[in-house]
Design a protein. Structure first.
Length: 343
């Protein structure tokens, strides 16, 4: 049998300047998994935006033509269901990517190395803590941005191909579709990377860092969903009591308009033709309904403002990580710190 060559030690590998190649070799399995996941999702999205959309659109035309009278009819129901299922799975997978990035960053990229002491050993060689952290952030950030950006672009192309052709296609403001069609998903992924770095440097343990990183992304996702409708001026549409609510888009607020022009809460009765509702509205002095919402023309302003906010949060998390690492490693010995000569 041929003898296996011994693996290079840390001191041997540190004789050369560590960089992207060093990091990619160290986390080669994660790199292969990331490339594989992006490639699979990209192929599925291309399939969904092409043949699956075409067959589902044809099935919906058959349904609209043959089944509009309510009688028995035949159409390709399987194509419609298949499109809906694949759309749901791919959208959910793209939504989950920032959480996967956060979990990996907190557990494997930072938490495990700090817990096992390999990072501390590297700092005593030719690699300073600051450079160690910089390399570990820049290289994954480039890969995460490229991969997630590609998938977001393909998801939007796929959604556009089905919009107006698939009767049950998600509206642009549906929660998951709203983000997976735009750059906020890329920003969430970068936030996950920065959150994982902070969690790993702060806790220095694999599992706690993983949990904290996931919690960080979940919290920012929740806040982004709540803040997004308020980051750009919305449109308010008023309609009569007989007409009910009007206006379709990303909702901000709704309710009743009184004779004085005040906006009050809707008691939930319904239009005036519902029994007893006319009396309810008369008691409230209501004259109509109002709907405050964002139309589709507000999509990109909402996306860009939310993305800017998430990137600011990412920058804040990154700065906090560097400050924390610098403080915690202030006394770490360096290989290039020469001992003072003795007499």
């Amino acid at each position: 049998m041929t003898a296996l060559a011994p693996s290079p030690t840390l001191s041997e590998t540190s004789r050369t300047t560590p960089g992207a190649g060093w990091l990619l070799r160290l986390h080669r399995p994660a790199l292969y998994l990331w490339i594989g996941a992006v490639a699979i999702l990209a192929v599925v999205l291309l399939w969904l935006g092409g043949p699956l959309t075409d067959t589902a659109a044809t099935a919906w035309r058959e349904y609209d033509k043959a089944c509009s009278n309510g009688g028995s009819c035949r159409y390709d129901q399987d194509s419609i269901v298949r499109y809906k299922d694949v759309y749901a799975y791919t959208t959910a997978a793209l939504t989950a990517l920032p959480f996967v990035v956060a979990a990996w960053a907190g557990a494997a990229l930072f938490g495990r190395e700090l817990e096992h002491g390999t990072a501390q050993l590297a700092w005593t060689q030719s690699l300073s803590p600051t450079r160690w952290l910089t390399t570990k952030l820049i290289v994954p950030a480039v890969l995460v941005t490229a991969g997630t950006g590609l998938l977001v672009a393909l998801h939007r192309v796929m959604w556009t191909a089905g919009s107006g052709r698939i009767n049950t296609a998600d509206a642009w403001y549906a929660n998951l579709t709203l983000h997976t069609n735009g750059p906020t998903t890329v920003a969430f992924a970068l936030t996950g990377l920065a959150g994982g770095a902070l969690a790993g440097v702060l806790l220095r343990r694999t599992l706690p860092a993983l949990v904290l990183a996931l919690a960080c992304v979940a919290a920012l996702r929740f806040l982004a969903d709540r803040l997004m409708p308020h980051l750009w001026p919305a449109v308010t549409q008023v309609s009569s009591l007989a007409d009910g609510y009007r206006g379709s888009g990303l909702g901000v607020d709704s309710g009743l308009v009184t004779a004085t022009g005040a906006h009050i809460a809707d008691p939930g009765c319904g239009p005036t033709f519902v029994a007893g509702c006319k009396t309810v509205y008369a008691d409230l002095d209501a004259t109509g309904f109002y709907t405050t919402y964002h139309p589709e023309s507000h999509y990109w302003p909402l996306q860009l403002t939310t993305t800017a906010l998430l990137l600011a949060a990412t920058a804040a998390l990154t700065v906090a990580t560097f400050v924390l690492l610098r403080r915690s490693t202030a006394t770490v010995p360096r290989a290039d710190d020469k001992a003072a000569p003795t007499a």
